[in-house]
Design a protein around this ligand. Sequence first.
Ligand code: C5P
Length: 221
Amino acid sequence: MHIAVAIDGPAGAGKSTIARAAAAKLGYIYVDTGALYRAVAWYVVDRGIDPQDSPAVIAALPGLQLDLRYIDGVQRVFVGERDVSDFIRTPEMSMGSSAVSALPEVRDFLMETQRSLARRNDVIMDGRDIGTVVLPDAQVKVYLTASAQVRARRRHTELAQKGEQMTYEQILADIEQRDYNDSHRAVAPLKRADDAHLLDTGEMDIQQSVAALVALIKNSL
Ligand code: C5P
């Protein structure tokens, strides 16, 4: 019996950074499920399909061979034999993944990939619907969040360090829009599972957040 830790929460809460570090400390594999939705977007765009064109996206799915592989413990996403991990982090793929992730056919298509990883490994899996839909029997569920203002402030600092110009108000508006989209879609909306622990990282830095998550997992097992 493998251990499954489900981490859900809104965009920009630091889930991937915190979950990845906690997985390394515990010796579990870290599964970033957002990368799967991004890879679907990459695949359709590569075939000249608009991610908003739902019938065309659905029709293309049977030809998609998607795989998560772990190379030196780092997750890489493959479409067929092509490693697309570095191509899926663009704003175009963020938008595209958001569009395709609203389709039940896409969500069903990705379900088995996610569940089979959890059957074969001890995992920390992060996403939007892991504790509610993908791994409802996970031994530990965490809803990791911070207020929209805190997330916007962090993102603003991050972008400013990269020399990118975006006002705090613009970033906050984007975050509030994405929160709304994620929590109001018809299928697998973002919501805290009844049995999920709430971890609010608003007052914590990354190290403190990782320590809090690891402690929460250890205390729950
Ligand atoms: O987490 P990330 O931003 O990489 O996710 C990309 C997209 O995939 C988001 O738009 C998110 O709504 C969607 N997603 C999802 N369910 C998951 C993980 C991500 O719908 N389990």
